[in-house]
Design a protein around this ligand. Structure first.
Ligand code: AMP
Length: 278
């Protein structure tokens, strides 16, 4: 409860403790736990939230089918050394409608922003509210949601929030598939096919300096779509700092490939940032 967590945090702060915060939507996996571990190493008190935030879902079916495993999650958090699990009710996060305009410029116009209208506004809204309740010194986010990290950094700047943002690398399954709570929704054959996504990202990294960017994107899209159960929603290669399109990979030093793929009703995203080999 907000009324409980606020004084707890104030007490910790009064004794000079550094507060680390890890927001999640639950159904925790090793990706989430890597963020908890990092916070554990860098802060005195670790707080994790579990809240499936409706305002960031542009698809009601996706919200309703999003996996929820609260008992297992609480156990995992305890074992990972998390000090406080904050599991708020909707009415605590949104006691009244948040009418603040959230704008993230070009970041929200591309890729996830373009394909999930309103998604980043919902992310901005919920993270700002969490920061207002918890007032952490540091907050931890995964680079699997690369654009989200950019949105959060922009949020902190725009609203002058006094919190340091730490971004952590993507944890993967043994076959390369990025860990995601939604992976639990995959059938065995979809799960097997999904490993193709990372293989193609990796191959794009290898081919980047040798292939025309347009051809590379078409190749990657076709490779993923050759799996009968996968359908690429977008596959793009951009500048990692700005997400601007790259005209010619031969002149680029660094790039990021970003992909979204549908398999049945489940939508998976992944990305790979790389140096263009010479
Ligand atoms: P979610 O529960 O999906 O909202 O994720 C909560 C946090 O965990 C976000 O900052 C995600 O970017 C991060 N995260 C999700 N999956 C992974 C992963 N495979 N590796 C590292 N971080 C992740």
């Amino acid at each position: 409860m907000v009324s409980e967590i606020r004084p707890q945090v104030e007490n910790f702060k009064a004794t000079g403790k550094i507060i680390g915060f890890v927001p999640t939507m639950g159904t925790l996996h090793r990706g989430h736990l890597s963020l908890i571990e990092r916070a554990r190493n860098e802060c005195d008190v670790v707080i994790a939230s579990i809240f499936v935030n409706p305002t960031q879902f542009n698809d009601t079916m996706d919200f309703e089918s999003y996996p929820r495993n609260i008992d297992t999650d609480l156990e995992l958090l305890r074992n990972a050394g998390c000090d406080i699990a904050f599991v708020p009710e909707y009415s605590e996060i949104y006691p009244r409608p948040d009418t603040t305009p959230y704008h993230f410029g070009a970041i929200e116009e591309r890729f996830e922003g373009a394909h999930r209208p309103g998604h980043f506004k919902g992310v901005g809204m919920v993270v700002r509210r969490f920061f207002e309740i918890i007032k952490p010194h540091k907050a931890y986010f995964g680079l699997k949601d690369y654009q989200q990290v950019m949105v959060i950094k922009s949020l902190v700047k725009q609203f002058n929030l006094n919190v340091e943002i730490a971004a952590a690398p993507t944890k993967r399954e043994a076959d390369g598939l990025a860990m995601s709570s939604r992976n639990l929704l995959l059938s065995p054959s979809q799960r097997k096919a999904a490993s193709r996504i990372y293989q193609v990202l990796d191959e794009v990294r290898n081919r980047a300096s040798k292939t025309d960017i347009g051809e590379l994107i078409v190749w990657a899209t076709n490779e993923i779509d050759r799996e009968p159960e996968l359908k690429t929603e977008y596959f793009e290669i951009a500048h990692p700092a700005t997400l601007e399109p790259i005209a010619d990979l031969k002149n680029a030093q660094q790039a990021i490939a970003l992909v979204a793929v549908k398999t049945g009703r489940v939508r998976l995203i992944d990305n790979l940032e790389f140096f263009v080999k010479r």
